[in-house]
Design a protein around this ligand. Sequence first.
Ligand SMILES: [Zn+2]
Length: 220
Amino acid sequence: MASAFSHAVFASGLGAAGSPRARMPVRYWVALAIIGAAPDLDVVVYPAGLNAPHIFGHRGITHALPFAAVCAALVVPLLFRGVEWRPHRFRLWLAVFAAMVSHAVLDALTNGGQGIAFFAPFSAARFHFPWQPIRVSPIGLTAFFSLDGLRVIQNELVWVWLPSALLILVARLVRARHAGWGTYASYPDPAHGDHSRGLRTSRPASAEAHVSEGHDRSRR
Ligand SMILES: [Zn+2]
């Protein structure tokens, strides 16, 4: 596996790209971070000896696409009950689903460990991608905070954290650009006899200053 921190960070990056609103409640980010790391809870079955090809072993059912789909379908209505979220439910489901699937995808890019049962319970087949740039992370806290653990963190900074930061940056830039498209749009408002009301109130300070200055001049 990649480390739990990296799974959480990458899931948050996907959440930033897929969120239905620019500002999301804290529970959205917390849920994504937990969902991103949660599939590795299957390590609790290690003592029971359930490993590949058993679907309940590590990187089995909890890393599968159908499992992620069901989890997202349960989590979204639970966390976003309000009617204001209803139009966004599918997008929220997609964001949570992608966050959970990203865990399996990152694992499949690691250079060790068992393969991923992407299609469990329909197939017990395990997969690794042919390209495996991510070092497999040691299991257990003691092993993680060792020299090997430090090498894993260094590797994940490049292959997981950096792409996550880029994803968040691009998502923010795209949102800012979309918001900017409506900045100077206007629509008629016959009720107030005003034909120049802005769609948004986010006009730049310089534009407001210019308008005020114009009014002042007309009074002189
Ligand atoms: Zn995993």
